[in-house]
Design a protein around this ligand. Structure first.
Ligand code: SF4
Length: 955
């Protein structure tokens, strides 16, 4: 420590305790965790079983603490960054969480939400035991039950539904996903088409736009090797691959890459960019097509890629049958198709600077293949036709031949590990029309946000409904319609909320079943964070600690706090009880691959996957470990360092044996399946599309009744200025961004995060504010198509003129009768219902200090928890992708004197009418051959192929 010699006065002051004694006899100092200038130094793994640090709270005493360090992964966004849990060996409790340097995606770094996991674990309001409701649903009365009792009750109801062929009445609805196929396996083993997800309020718009091009639904940009990076919207703050992408974007920039961001809001990402294009929401595709026009007109495109890997012949033959099929004519016709997208037109649509549009296009042209792009949520998830944004973005990637290139943009699946399971049940023989209704044959994921309306229309019912780390009442648009549906036992027989925290949806459950946070559960993760592929192991760290200590236990809830469990073991136990004698054919899918006839346990489940992970058993053996031991120790494994241009993989002689080549399309077929394509006379694997190429021209769009979108196009959004009456105070509300320190509805239990961010005012440009005379802090009434909310104004030039915005993830609530929970973030509200569809919410009290086992709860200094805006949003299902188009047409108004901050009103009758209006925009199935959905489109929990045909009925 190197203290100076103490003066006489200091010695006296130390002696009588006036100041801490800093000059006592010293032991040799401990290693510092982080040396100055070396941010990558972590405790060496050989010391992880007994890592010693000084106890910070004991300062100035040097009290040594012994920790066992166990890796796991973060659960607070989709990146699944590596974490290491520091377990106090004396108390057997998790003390803190830091980064895991052995995780190839995050490389030891985390955002604020990773370390804040400790808040979630120690939150004094967390649910520790299974609860069952005792009063009416939603009344707020609960009793503690055992896991056994809950499992038996739920299993009996599922068993009866399956025995009575009501398989479509068993539904699992996932909010925070994960598990890499775990749930698909469970639901297939039950024979139910019961997977529902939150994807259509999240990313399916963008996914559709990518998929229609190349059969992959997400991009994997190689930011650190790029020369030019183009991000659409609040990409990083919107959550996906936040920290792993952020660090690689900065690496790319440090090597000279330029960054451009399109976003109407000056986000943190936009503020770090070389070019900020504050585009009017929904105009992004017009700007991208203007850039494409520059690239085409100035000959900046990659001719070999376009010639070999796009289906230009099909385009000319179908759209220009009188034009000779030559590559030059392809370019010519593309230039004609996009002639109207001049920079001036794009500038008129978007408000962006036309010179900047041209400059960015030329920079892209100069970057060549090293052009990395990403679009997540905002633009593609905000607009009618939002899918066209990612389609037009990928068009630029195609023009540059950057698809799969080093420094370019690969398909997500190329950088995502696929696990091998010990058992693979067949797809269900059911098609659940509550999830994939005929009106939305191209919907990329389940039409989950329309579920309350489908239930009200009596399209089906649910006997057993699981919500898994999922809070639709709060997160989804139109939450009062969810409350109506969840409160009605004729629509939802039994609602089981699998959740780590109390939330607005769990209040309307029959069972609330406590599930662990990241350090308390098992899972495997793999995400396209960069050009490599990795697998990470989320594990219950206290279980691993208990195992190392030689403690006996069977289930994870025996070592977690209270009886907090994890889904993995829960599903195995539930499945076993649904089929007690094996007659339903379910049990056989849960037999251990290592102990014949015995029920599989969770260690064996992961053991099998890790033993079948390429290279992992060998890497483990080098350290004298098994594959499972390796993952328990390091928490992650790099399967592939880099993977580029995988479409160019050549087919082997064995692959080609007994195959045929279509003379016209050059597609290679074998055993009734397309396996590749001939390019310049050589057999390549290609892309998983009908042409095995990138499809500039989409026959699928034509076949499914949308010929106007046969090629990349600009779709005018539902909030295009032409659709708004500015003179009446109508503007577009952008509700799709979040503050980077928050997690959908799961930061309410993280005190550090809510301390940083706890309000969501309306971002408003001075032009709008001046029109209404608003100043920062004034109340504003925001009228949506189905109701209104009262919020406060934040006047800022960080917002494009003519656009207002409000961050989601704030405005959490509980009613007086509800169990207390998330008190760091929840307002107490009064909700009333007039019985005719009119719902009112008003705030009884804001956030207040409270007494608890955590001393910080008395120190809460903030009182404002924000306003729940989503509940006032009407549903807007895109007729093609099925994505909820989040942006809202709103009428801005000065509130009346009796309007209070946080007041909310919604008329669910108007919600229903609004749903029907958007439903009328669809072009329902069947498509060609009586299909419900294109066969080449993936879908979650893919049923048997015969179910894709409308005339085929279920078993
Ligand atoms: S980026 Fe996501 S996964 Fe990584 S630490 Fe932050 S919240 Fe956790």
């Amino acid at each position: 420590m190197g203290h100076h010699k103490a003066s006489v006065i200091e010695r006296i002051a130390e002696k009588i305790g006036l100041i801490p004694d800093l000059h006592q006899e010293e032991e040799a100092p401990l290693n510092r965790l982080t040396e100055p200038g070396d941010l990558t130094k972590f405790p060496p793994p050989e010391q992880w079983d007994d890592w010693v640090e000084y106890e910070a709270t004991a300062w100035p005493k040097k009290e040594k603490k012994h920790y066992s360090i166990v890796p796991t992964t973060c659960f607070n966004c989709e990146s699944a960054c590596g974490l290491t849990a520091y377990i106090d060996k004396e108390k057997g409790e998790i003390r803190k969480l830091e980064g895991n340097p052995y995780h190839p995606g995050s490389r030891g770094r985390n955002c604020a939400k990773g370390p804040a996991t400790i808040n979630q674990i120690t939150d004094p309001d967390r649910i520790l035991y299974p609860m069952k409701r005792t009063g009416a649903r939603g009344e707020g009365k609960w009793e503690r039950v055992t896991w056994d009792a809950a499992l038996d009750d739920i299993a009996a109801r599922i068993r009866k539904a399956i025995q009575e062929k009501r398989n479509n009445e068993v539904v699992y609805h996932v909010g925070r996903p994960g598990h890499e196929g775990y749930m698909d396996r469970i639901l297939k083993s039950w024979g139910v088409d019961g997977h529902n997800s939150h994807t259509n309020i999240c990313s399916s718009g963008a996914r559709f736009g990518y998929n229609i091009w190349y059969g992959y639904d997400r991009p994997s940009p190689d930011h650190s090797e790029a020369k030019f990076i183009l991000l659409i919207s609040a990409h990083l703050e919107s959550g996906h691959y936040f920290n792993p992408h952020a660090q690689r974007i900065i690496e790319g920039k440090m090597k000279g890459a330029k960054l451009a961001t399109m976003d109407p809001r000056l986000s943190n990402t936009a503020s770090m960019s070389d070019y900020w294009l504050p585009t009017y929401p929904g105009s992004e595709a017009a700007v991208l097509l203007a850039m494409a026009k520059v690239i085409l007109d100035e000959g900046l495109y990659n001719r070999p890629f376009l010639e070999n890997w796009t289906n230009w012949q099909e385009f000319l033959e179908n759209m220009h049958p009188d034009t000779p099929v030559t590559f030059d004519n392809y370019i010519l016709k593309m230039r004609e198709a996009y002639a109207e997208f001049t920079p001036e037109y794009a500038a008129k649509e978007s408000g962006a600077n036309p010179e900047m549009i041209v400059e960015v296009a030329r920079q892209i042209g100069a970057a060549g293949e090293r052009f990395a792009t990403h679009n997540w949520r905002s633009a593609a998830s905000g607009n009618l036709g939002g899918w066209a944004v990612s389609r037009c973005l990928h068009f630029l990637v195609v023009l540059m031949g950057a698809v799969g290139a080093k420094g370019g943009t690969s398909p997500n699946s190329w950088n995502k590990f696929k696990p091998t399971f010990f058992d693979n049940p067949p797809g269900p023989k059911f098609w659940n029309e509550l999830h994939f209704p005929d009106e939305y044959p191209l919907a990329f994921f389940e039409m989950s946000f329309l579920l309350p309306h489908f239930l009200k229309e009596k399209r089906g019912r649910m006997e057993v409904y699981f919500t898994r780390v999922f809070n639709p009442v709060w997160t989804y648009p139109d939450g009062f319609s969810w409350i109506e549906a969840l409160s009605d036992e004729s629509m939802v027989g039994l609602h089981c909320a699998l959740t780590p925290t109390w939330n607005e949806t769990a209040f309307f459950a029959d069972y609330v079943l406590p599930m662990g946070h990241s350090a308390e559960r098992h899972d495997i993760n793999s995400y396209a964070t960069h050009s490599g592929t990795w697998i990470a192991f989320r594990q219950s760290v206290l279980r691993e600690f208990a195992r190392k200590q030689g403690k006996e236990f069977t289930f994870t809830y025996e070592v977690n706090p209270g009886e907090v469990w994890e889904e993995d073991e829960f599903w195995i136990e539930l499945s076993w009880r649904i089929d007690p004698d094996g007659e339903l054919g379910i049990r056989k899918h849960f037999i251990s691959p290592y102990r014949p006839g015995e029920k599989i346990n969770i260690d064996e489940y992961y053991q099998f996957i890790f033993e079948h992970t390429k290279g992992l058993p060998e890497a483990a053996a080098k350290e004298g470990l098994t594959a499972l031991e390796y993952m328990r120790k390091y928490g992650a494994y790099e399967v592939e360092k880099h993977g580029y241009k995988k479409h160019e993989k050549l087919l082997s002689d064995a692959d080609l044996k007994d195959s045929t080549v279509d003379p016209k399309s050059q597609i290679i077929r074998k055993d009734g399946k397309d396996i590749g394509v001939m390019i310049q006379g050589v057999a390549h694997v290609g892309f998983p599309t009908p042409s095995r190429k990138n499809e500039f021209y989409s026959q699928t769009m034509v076949d499914w009744k949308w010929p106007e979108y046969a090629i990349p196009a600009y779709v005018k959004s539902h909030i295009h200025p032409e659709s708004l009456q500015k003179e009446k105070g109508e503007y577009v509300l952008v509700p799709t961004f979040r503050l980077p320190t928050l997690i959908h509805s799961r930061s309410g239990n993280a005190k550090w995060l809510t301390e940083i961010s706890n309000r969501n005012p309306i971002w408003m440009h001075p032009q709008i504010a001046n029109r209404f005379g608003f100043k920062t802090g004034d109340l504003v009434k925001v009228n949506t198509d189905i109701g209104y909310f009262i919020d406060k104004v934040w006047v800022t030039e960080g917002m494009a003129p003519d656009v207002v915005a409000c961050s989601h993830h704030l405005g959490r609530w509980r009613r007086p009768q509800d169990k207390v929970g998330n008190r760091w973030a929840t307002n107490t509200v009064q909700i009333s219902n007039d019985g005719k569809g009119g719902w009112k919410m008003s705030t009884l009290s804001g956030i207040r200090p409270f007494e608890s086992t955590d001393k910080d709860s008395k120190r809460i200094f903030w009182s404002d928890g924000g306003v729940h805006q989503n509940i006032t949003h009407a549903v807007h299902p895109d007729p093609i992708s099925g994505m909820h188009c989040w942006h809202q047409r709103v009428r801005i108004e000065v509130p009346q004197p009796n309007d209070k901050y946080g007041d909310i009103f919604v008329d669910t009758k108007r919600s229903f009418e609004n749903y029907r209006e958007w439903l009328n925009m669809t072009r329902p199935a069947p498509g060609p051959d009586g299909l419900r959905r294109p066969l080449w489109f993936n879908r979650p929990l893919r049923p048997q192929t015969e179910l894709y045909y409308l005339d085929k009925k279920e078993e």
